[in-house]
Design a binder for this molecule. Sequence first.
Ligand SMILES: [Mg+2]
Length: 231
Amino acid sequence: MNLFAKPPLAVVIDLDDTLYPQSTYLYGASRAVGRAGAAAGLDQVRLSRAVRRQLVAGSDRGGTIDRALAAYGIGPDLAADLIPTLVAAFTTYRPRRLPSYPGARDALAAISARYPVACLTDGNPAIQRAKLAATGLADAFATIVITDELGGRTLRKPHPEGLRQVAETLGVPPSDLVVIGDRPGKDMAVAAALGARSIRVRTGEYADAPDEPPATACAPDLAAAATLLGA
Ligand SMILES: [Mg+2]
């Protein structure tokens, strides 16, 4: 059944916590920080755990390593020496494989058999590309737009520039797009900004966030979103 009386002309899908659980990547990155800390004489397991605890408290906050070192019990002077190396270990970590959500691969194949599909994601471009490659799903996308490549962090969702770029690349009016994503404040908001429709998936870190702004429709995961689209 197609929930949308008027089908979209193209579908835009978010990456983190929509195609795969971002927690898997963060777990690997926290282990990489632990290994770098061990090289500097810290306890690898304790440091990884301290980093992970900060990430679980909110992966979008910044200052993760600083807070993890403070929680580990390291004073500000030593922390200042360690932080550049540990931040580098975090940002240069590249996952080899990131398993996608159950059913996501088939859902993406079904959606892309029916509509042109774009990926729209925020973040460090090298990391975002590595994540997408590690899911093995990159080939399903007609275009991949990483907002940071368009002009830095200020153009991250819900700034409309990335979605506008997707629409232009696909040759489709923004109002004929459906955006699928996990974060109302980013994915639903960017859709609303350009008159596009949206499907919220309730997966990942933000699954319980308030419906603000509301999506056109909600689905438990990407597989269910594909069903809503009649794919
Ligand atoms: Mg996301």
